[in-house]
Design a protein around this ligand. Structure first.
Ligand code: HEM
Length: 432
């Protein structure tokens, strides 16, 4: 335990306690409210940061659209976007490569691809709006990231500094853009195809609480749109880039993953031939993604706040219960849990997808401590969507290109041990 000013914090890294937290279902355990305040311009009171009844309502309206059955239907659209990126890579290789090899900033291209996919899934034919929104959210994030958000050091958000004024302006612009589309949809619903926005809007329109309060309904739509866009691209870009980087560093694994894909699909994957079931057959690819999420989980910290005294079983070695008092903030640091040699064995810091051969339950002693998508009631809503997109994009890229680390790739001096890139993920790309 430690304290920062008036706030008390509990750091949890015992797998047994993580398991208890995972099983705790009440609304008394939620997201720390002071962190939510700091990010309010970007996330509003949307599903990522909300608590209590308001969170439960939003989850009820959004979660069903991300169930595997729904996500399965998005493969075609994801494939279309990825194929467009592949064509530009092939063109670049033909035009400017020496000996068929060229250096790519893969994270940059994967970011554009992810934004393209989430925008098309969410907005359908108005996808360009999603791209504009992502750009504005990023600009807001850069402005907000300057002061320390982690420990809630005094954040003078009420002062009209230049940064604050920029954030307020962007916030208003994003809100106006979204409300404009929503209004158009409400006036002429039949004109639009069933994209995510339309489906969420239709579900929300049947909710009595939102029906009765126009302002609440508008807030819900704005927050849902920003939250899904915010959650839906940075995380995937990070996981896809790290998986490619790790496979570039381990050519034997890269070849293993590629051979499995080619054995099943042949040298050229016919257009629109991939589906959920086929992608599930690529075990080596799936294990490489799980291993990359273990070593480089996009969310380094999982945080909770106790809104009432929380009783957890098995608090100490004598089996006594453990009470987290109301107001305490609970933190788990994912990289330490995911790299603990006690749990994962002496090769915990190594890239070894083979450890997932028997599934997560056999990869380590305490599977509950593998939490790239968080835990409990606040588990990532987009998990199936993310895994599908990662598998599809990586399958298409690895079947056509081989990757190696560029000599221009530089680690950040601060994070050298973790191989953090200083100026982007520079990989050499070559056609296979
Ligand atoms: C590899 C990709 C992804 C990773 C690693 C990831 C990870 C996470 C994590 C760690 C959380 C917080 C969980 C907690 O506090 O316990 C979260 C929440 C969330 N994620 Fe993801 N995420 C990914 C992709 C996505 C995508 C693609 C979407 C949507 C399109 C999405 C939507 C959400 C939402 C809505 C929440 C809030 C859930 C809630 O609080 O009820 N995520 N994600």
């Amino acid at each position: 335990m430690f304290s920062t000013g008036t706030k008390q914090h509990l750091y949890v890294n015992q797998p047994e306690l993580i398991k208890e937290l995972k099983q705790h279902k009440s609304l008394d355990l939620g997201k720390p409210s002071y962190l939510s305040k700091a990010r309010r311009p970007i996330l509003g009171n949307g599903v990522i940061k909300a608590n209590g009844h308001h969170w439960a309502l939003q989850k009820k309206l959004i979660a069903p659209h991300f169930f595997p059955l729904q996500v399965k239907g998005m493969v075609g659209l994801m494939e279309e976007c990825t194929t467009t990126m592949i064509r530009t890579w092939e063109q670049r290789l033909a035009e400017e490569s020496q000996g068929g090899v060229a250096e790519f900033m893969v994270d940059q291209d994967l970011k554009d691809l992810s934004i393209d996919i989430i925008s098309r899934v969410f907005f359908g034919s108005s996808y360009y709006l999603g791209k504009t929104i992502c750009k504005k959210l990023r600009a807001m994030e850069e402005t907000l990231a300057k002061p320390s958000l982690l420990f809630g050091l005094p954040y003078l958000g009420f002062l009209p500094t230049q940064g604050r004024r920029k954030t307020w302006r962007l916030e208003k612009e994003v809100e106006a853009l979204i409300l404009n589309v929503v209004k158009g949809r409400q006036e002429d619903a039949g004109k639009y195809s069933k994209d995510l926005l339309q489906m969420i809007l239709e579900r929300a329109s049947t909710d009595i609480e939102l029906q009765q309060d126009k302002h609440k309904m508008e807030r819900f739509m704005v927050d849902t749109c920003t939250n899904i866009h915010f959650a839906g691209y940075e995380t995937i870009v990070s996981s896809a880039s790290w998986t490619l980087m790790l496979l570039a560093l381990h050519p034997e694994w890269q070849q293993r993953v590629r051979s499995e894909i080619i054995e099943t699909c042949g040298d050229h994957i016919p257009s629109m031939s991939l589906d959920w079931d086929k992608l599930s057959q690529f075990k080596n690819l799936g294990n490489a993604i799980l291993e990359s999420l273990r070593l480089y989980a996009p969310s380094a910290v999982i945080a909770r706040e106790a809104f009432a005294d929380i009783k957890l079983d098995g608090g100490d070695s004598n089996g006594n219960n453990f009470v987290v008092p109301k107001g305490v903030h609970i933190w788990s640091f994912v990289p330490l849990l995911h790299r603990d040699p006690e749990n994962w064995g002496p090769d915990a810091n190594e890239f070894n997808p083979e450890r997932f051969r028997g599934g997560i339950s056999e990869a380590c002693k305490h599977p509950q401590a593998y939490i790239p998508f968080g835990y409990g009631t606040r588990l990532c809503l987009g998990q199936s969507f993310a895994m599908l997109q990662l598998k599809l994009v990586l399958c298409l890229l690895l079947s056509r290109f081989s990757f190696s680390v560029s000599p221009n790739y530089r680690h950040s001096p601060v994070y050298k041990m973790l191989l953090m890139p200083q100026h982007g993920m520079r990989l050499l790309v070559e056609k296979v």
